[in-house]
Design a protein around this ligand. Sequence first.
Ligand code: SF4
Ligand SMILES: [Zn+2]
Length: 313
Amino acid sequence: MSSDSVYSLDTEWIVSTRPERNKTDPLKPYDWFVEKELCFDRVVKNTGTIFLSNKECSFKCLMCDLWKNTLTGPTPSGAIPHQIESVLPYMKEAKQLKLYNSGSFFDEKSIPHQEYEEIASLVSRFETVIVEGHPSLINKRSLYFNDMLSGELEVAIGLETIHPEILRKLNKKMTVEDFSRAVDFLNNHKIRSRAFILLRPPFMNEEEGVYWAKRSIEFAFEKGVECCTVIPVRAGNGAMDLLMAKGEFSKPSLESLEEVLDFGISLRAGRVFADTWDLHLFSKCEACFDKRRSRLDKTNLNQEITQKVSCSC
Ligand code: SF4
Ligand SMILES: [Zn+2]
């Protein structure tokens, strides 16, 4: 691990490194899809994900690229229910719904609380609704939304890493204690949480990346989350590309993702998923990529550790 960075790693520097933002329409989700996920009751069900277009997250984390599909000003009134309504007809088979907003669902400037009721009514047929939340924004507003839902609420929180120095450098303005407090708060109100864990954030070598991802999963489960999703860190947001050029960041390998997923599942403490979005970015071998991808997909769905893919690479 390098001792320190030559960059300020603050909000101003992170924002200054950004490439262009994508054109985002406040009346359309910027993406949506339906996929299978192993749900809390251990049944594989169709799960819809709607990527809502809304005001950019108030935090500016070093590794984040979600701002690319956000609005620069406050979300217009009525935009979020409109977006949800526009794609729900394509999700008739889904039992679980992720309303991901590239930030915190409970951020008032992204999703005004006056719209919770309409949103809750639109999604009333789902067994579970999953939203994202920064620990500092998990509060009474979360309970207010939970009370309106017919199904169960689950809140996904980016723990990222429990390495205190690296967590500070990620500019998330959050400590592991903040994370624990948020999980406690949710558990006390019978709301499930899942943790996003980074695999190999900047300033770590491959071995350290794997080590800290494993420790972070253990920590998240100890603190009471029910599910962990491991996210291999990628470049592409400006800051991460600069750090990569300076040797301060490298993408983790697919093998490391497999190792961390298997480890997390072996704890038998809750569901553990590998994020397979843009998975090809982490592959160094065409010959075994499809097999590795298929193994990860299966492991995500059945939470069974199977024989590793063997390849001459
Ligand atoms: S809190 Fe989440 S969405 Fe907001 S900048 Fe950080 S990683 Fe991105
Ligand atoms: Zn290979």
